[in-house]
Write a protein that binds this ligand. Structure first.
Ligand code: HEC
Length: 204
């Protein structure tokens, strides 16, 4: 009987010892979701801030296609920030005259004719044809240095992209805008390449 008691208390003891690390780990696994919850919340706040900046800094004006209504053209938010639609023809205007007179024309605000030729607002959605594959560094280079695709050795961004103004945004603001753009609905749209000016004199 004594031996039986001894064995059973030893057994109980070893069970307790064995289960201790499991118990120790318990709070850790409990804490994990709380930590990522805070990170998630911080991300959500950053994305919200980015959305606000995009809405108040005119990005939609040029980067969101318009649709025609009886009240004139309005933002087509179903295609928000997807740039000049690939299937929309370039403005049919006398480009030579416009370039010589320094005139600028735009039909939907997504395509622009001026002394630099024709430029098309870029796709800024999270799709691979937009900024989906961009790093934050590329975004900073595009806005701060006006480089196409945010690559150091690429061409300068054409007017009327006002990067020279936006470069004054703080790091925190640019980070928030980028986080928001990365969270947008991906829209596949390969924006046409810009066209050089027809008159040599107006070329830069
Ligand atoms: C007045 C019109 C206009 C406004 C406003 C504007 N953009 Fe642009 N943006 C353009 C055009 C046009 C291009 C294409 C320029 C080119 O092809 O060189 C462009 C290009 C870009 C590019 C480079 C894309 C690439 O593939 O290299 C980024 C990034 C960008 N815009 C972000 C923004 C953001 C963010 C805002 C708002 C804070 C904004 N733009 C507001 C007209 C505009």
């Amino acid at each position: 009987m004594k031996i039986y008691l001894l064995i059973s208390s030893l057994l109980l003891f070893s069970i307790l010892i064995l289960s201790t690390p499991v118990l120790k780990n318990q709070p850790k696994t409990d804490r994990k979701p709380a930590v990522s919850g805070t990170v998630l919340q911080a991300n959500q706040e950053q994305i919200k801030r980015g959305e606000h900046l995009v809405l108040t800094s005119a990005c939609h004006d040029c980067h969101t296609p318009k649709k025609m209504t009886d009240k004139g053209p309005v933002m087509d938010y179903d295609r928000a920030l997807s740039g000049h639609p690939a299937n929309e023809p370039a403005p049919d205007v006398n480009r030579k005259e416009m370039e010589q007179k320094g005139l600028i024309v735009t039909s939907t605000l997504t395509s622009w004719v001026g002394p630099w030729g024709i430029s098309y607002a870029a796709n800024l959605t999270s799709d691979a044809t937009g900024i989906g594959k961009w790093t934050e560094k590329q975004f900073f280079t595009a806005i701060r240095e006006g480089k196409y695709k945010g690559l150091e050795n690429s061409r300068m961004l054409l007017p009327p992209m006002p990067w020279d103004m936006y470069k004054n945004m703080t790091d925190e603001e640019l980070r928030a805008i980028f986080a928001y753009l990365k969270s947008t609905k991906p829209i596949k749209n390969v924006v046409p390449a810009p066209t050089p000016p027809v008159t040599a004199a107006s070329g830069k």
